[in-house]
Design a protein around this ligand. Structure first.
Ligand SMILES: [Zn+2]
Length: 212
């Protein structure tokens, strides 16, 4: 695998370790951590730090009730566990589990771009994108934070170039046109916490149908 040069922010890894990351982002975090030794080490350090806080509570005069409430609150959204290094070809284990047998069931989005929505709710969505070599996904900005992890191939946009294992963190102000590298189709895992806002009319019209 080529060297990973775009990592998850430490704040995201800390939230993932604490179990407070929304599901869609936690899925990207789990997939990236399974591909990146550097982020895995940071994630594990935060997990240890969280464990130490709980250990300290053993010696404190805390009522059983308070302790149980704290444990319950920590258990609110169990993040997907980072798996052993990838054993499912292009798809890291957490993604492969969502896909089930048979792999992705792609739907055409236009311009040769295909996607499969893996999860969608009021809090956000997570999807796989497949972009043909040299092609672009429609120009769009974000309503919120978008995390995009490259699983195969590469893409580039106004902010830089992203290869296999790299994560792009798109903040709400980012307007970009990700274009796949010429070496082959680019497959990405993308998580958002709000609907994307496409700039041109046609994508905007079909956006409710695509739920992206
Ligand atoms: Zn990393």
């Amino acid at each position: 695998m080529s060297k990973i040069s775009h990592h998850l922010p430490e704040s995201v890894l800390a939230a993932y370790a604490a179990g407070s990351l929304p599901y869609a982002y936690a899925m990207v975090a789990a997939a990236h951590v399974s591909m990146c030794a550097e982020c895995r080490a940071i994630y594990e350090a935060h997990q240890c730090a969280g464990g130490l806080v709980l250990d300290d509570m053993e010696g404190m005069a805390v009522s059983q009730n308070t302790r149980r409430q704290l444990m319950d609150s920590l258990d609110l959204e169990a993040p997907p566990e980072p798996p052993a290094p990838r054993a499912f070809g292009v798809y890291p284990a957490p993604v492969a589990e969502l896909l089930g047998d048979g792999g992705p069931r792609w739907r055409k989005v236009g311009g040769g771009v295909r996607q499969q929505i893996l999860h969608y709710d009021d809090a956000g969505s997570i999807r796989l994108l497949s972009i043909p070599p040299g092609r672009a996904v429609p120009d769009h900005s974000h309503g919120g934070l978008e995390l995009t992890l490259v699983l195969q191939g590469s893409f580039s946009d106004e902010t830089g170039q992203f290869g296999c294992g790299d994560v792009e963190v798109g903040d709400p102000d980012l307007e970009h046109t990700p274009t796949a590298g010429e070496e082959g189709p680019c497959i990405c895992l993308a998580a958002t916490d709000a609907p994307l806002r496409f700039r041109s009319l046609v994508p905007r019209l079909i956006q409710p149908l695509l739920r992206i």
